[in-house]
Design a binder for this molecule. Sequence first.
Ligand code: LCS
Length: 393
Amino acid sequence: MMKNHSDIGFNTKLIHSGEIDDQFKSATVPIYQTSTFSFSSSDEGARCFAGESDGYMYTRIGNPTINALERQIAILENGHGGIAVSSGMAAATTIYLALMSQGDHIVSTDAIYGPARNIMEKQFSRFGLQSTYLNTTDASKIREAIRPNTRILYIETPANPTMDITDLKACADIAHEKGLLLVVDNTFCSPYLQNPLDLGADIVFHSMTKFINGHADIVAGIIIAKEKPVYEKLRNMMVLLGCNMDPHQAYMVLRGLKTLGIRIDKAQQNALEVARFLESHPKVAWIKYPGLPSHPQYDVAKKQMRGDGSMISFGLKGGFSAAKKMLDRVELALLAVSLGGVETLIQHPASMTHAKVSAEDKQKAGITDDLIRLAIGIEDVEDIINDLKKGLE
Ligand code: LCS
């Protein structure tokens, strides 16, 4: 079992940094499918609950299978520790509730995953939390939006579904100058393509439903904090909310995680070819893919991402009606929300993932009616392109 994970490569970490010291030397992390753990004595039980022992007590608080995954992702993101949760939304909610109090304010990217904005504007506003959503690609606008009661700068980059890219280093500088915590949703990149904590973020989180698990069979999330005090606040809130991961869920993610590097390598190689095909197609009005020099933040992407990813947004000259026809015509691409699995997916954010964002806010955030979002999989690229050709006929 490898003890030192600091000087091995990323793909080696994917294979070996989840290992635990199992008594039977299992090659994979066993599933501790239990809700509770017995104590060797009443004194030992009391020590566990007093935080004076590393022993396990109860799975909502901690479990060896879940902890193996938390340690591994914390290593991949270069953080102090990870907190695995039941979904990506549970990660966002835990962050909001752990780090904001009544009357506090958050500044955030407007084109984030729809429900992560919806819960703040429609639910947490009822408890006095305040929010400002704006296009964070312009750092000067972020500065203008910060108020004396702002606590968090929350960035999603690339953003879902506009593919806008926000400069993480510039945001870290602003956040730290103003005494805010910088939170980054790193779902679209995974730790393979981007490490926000290295660029100055305080917290990074993922919907592991996407690339990290990678097989469209699990819903899961994780939060990684750079420093211990913030980590402890987040863990405490997760335990109280009860949005913990299940041991079987953790096992499935540990399994999917091992191939993260080779899956993303193939998917982004496919995505670049698909993006070039779409960019040169006469029916395509516009396209945003970080690997194309036409992307408005191409230089920022090159600076902070180690690859271009496999998410593409584009619009057709025929607008929404042409988009609808395309969605109904493709056969290989599944007409489905989500992303980051091995299969190619196609969806229409304005009427699907971002349907609950108001028409005005969608317009402002660039979630236009003609926008089609593609999550490119690892199929043979000729087949993906032939399918899209059929869709565009
Ligand atoms: N953050 C991002 C960037 C996401 O794309 C999603 C889900 C979440 C957070 C929430 O994660 P969950 O609770 O679903 O694990 N994105 C979805 C999407 O684009 N289509 O369906 C779900």
